[in-house]
Design a protein around this ligand. Sequence first.
Ligand SMILES: Nc1ncnc2c1ncn2[C@@H]1O[C@H](COP(=O)(O)OP(=O)(O)OP(=O)(O)O)[C@@H](O)[C@H]1O
Ligand SMILES: Cc1cn([C@H]2C[C@H](O)[C@@H](COP(=O)(O)O)O2)c(=O)[nH]c1=O
Length: 222
Amino acid sequence: MRPRPSIRVQMKPISPKFVTFEGIDGCGKSTLIDELASWLDRTRVPYVKTREPGGTSLGEKIRGLLLDPAHRGMNRQTEVLLYTASRAQLVAEIILPALKSGAWVLADRYIDATLAYQGYGRELDPDPLRRLQHWATQALVPDKTVLLDCGIDTAAARMSARNHRPDRIEMEERAFHERVKAGYLDLASLDPGRFIVLDAEKPLPEVIADFRAAFREIVPAP
Ligand SMILES: Nc1ncnc2c1ncn2[C@@H]1O[C@H](COP(=O)(O)OP(=O)(O)OP(=O)(O)O)[C@@H](O)[C@H]1O
Ligand SMILES: Cc1cn([C@H]2C[C@H](O)[C@@H](COP(=O)(O)O)O2)c(=O)[nH]c1=O
């Protein structure tokens, strides 16, 4: 008797994705996060949006401390510890449970922000920063990081067009923001498999088209 053919159903597992968005202030992160969120809505993929600093009740209180221009004299190490405390809480309370439940996480800033702003911007030694991030985040690394590369003048013009009041970090001198921008590009060049660098100087429809092309293989089909 001939053996009955076995039917094998090939199920391609869709693993949840942790996607972070980075860049200088006003580069267009929130706009692209909303774009990916509506894409995931259409494909019925569950997701959670987060932001840093903040994203939890504790983290939002830390955000208030960090961004308040009244704290202009904040010590650099204190600044690192506050950003990292907010992140540790966010990972434990929101990000890890979301990924475990099968949801994607779309994060407005993560570890790379500390490396760019405090490492390059504040000129702190990156090695202890990296070790601290590894410990505080339970070694959770994003699957993909979208870096919106944008000129400082362009980003500033976009922020003032929406009547945004500058926070403590945005009030830093131009040289600080130049170091942050260059730092982000440096970080991207060190990890090209994770980073997707988009030219955020382009008009928004073009940035969105570039983003969609980069994520076509990553977002599951509806
Ligand atoms: N490529 C673009 N061209 C023109 N305007 C843009 C572009 N991308 C975003 N914008 C506009 O620039 C402003 C800032 O964008 P958005 O809020 O997305 O930036 P962000 O990086 O999230 O800012 P922040 O760092 O302050 O949170 C918004 O008004 C947005 O509509
Ligand atoms: C996470 C993180 C953020 N920053 C800076 C970057 C921005 O200037 C503010 C956050 O404001 P946003 O409008 O929500 O982007 O904080 C930083 O210096 N270090 C960090 O780790």
